[in-house]
Design a protein. Structure first.
Length: 94
């Protein structure tokens, strides 16, 4: 079973004097991941022919899936305001 392990430090969600490293976790519902982005209380993960949105809320170690959207060939994610841009190789930008 192919899985994606994630190690990250969420700076915007923690006070400047209380940064903490988070352990490696497996994202539930992902069978591979090519790109990640965090905005406010949401984590966006692209891979496996879809974009999965997680609510990370108060405890980023227990992300909750809020949506799944089919996206062929997803490779990179860029966030700008309320917009998500996903590059998808020869499929273009979604």
């Amino acid at each position: 079973m192919r899985g994606f392990f994630l190690f990250f430090v969420i700076f915007p969600l923690l006070a400047a004097d209380s940064f903490r490293e988070l352990p490696v976790i497996r994202l539930p519902g992902m069978n591979g991941c090519n790109a990640l982005a965090v905005s406010k209380n949401y984590l966006y993960a692209a891979g496996g022919q879809e974009l999965v949105t997680y609510e990370i809320g108060e405890d980023p170690l227990t992300p909750r899936i809020t949506s799944r959207i089919p996206v062929a060939g997803a490779r990179q994610i860029a966030l700008s305001g309320d917009w998500i841009f996903i590059s998808a190789r020869h499929f273009g930008i979604h």
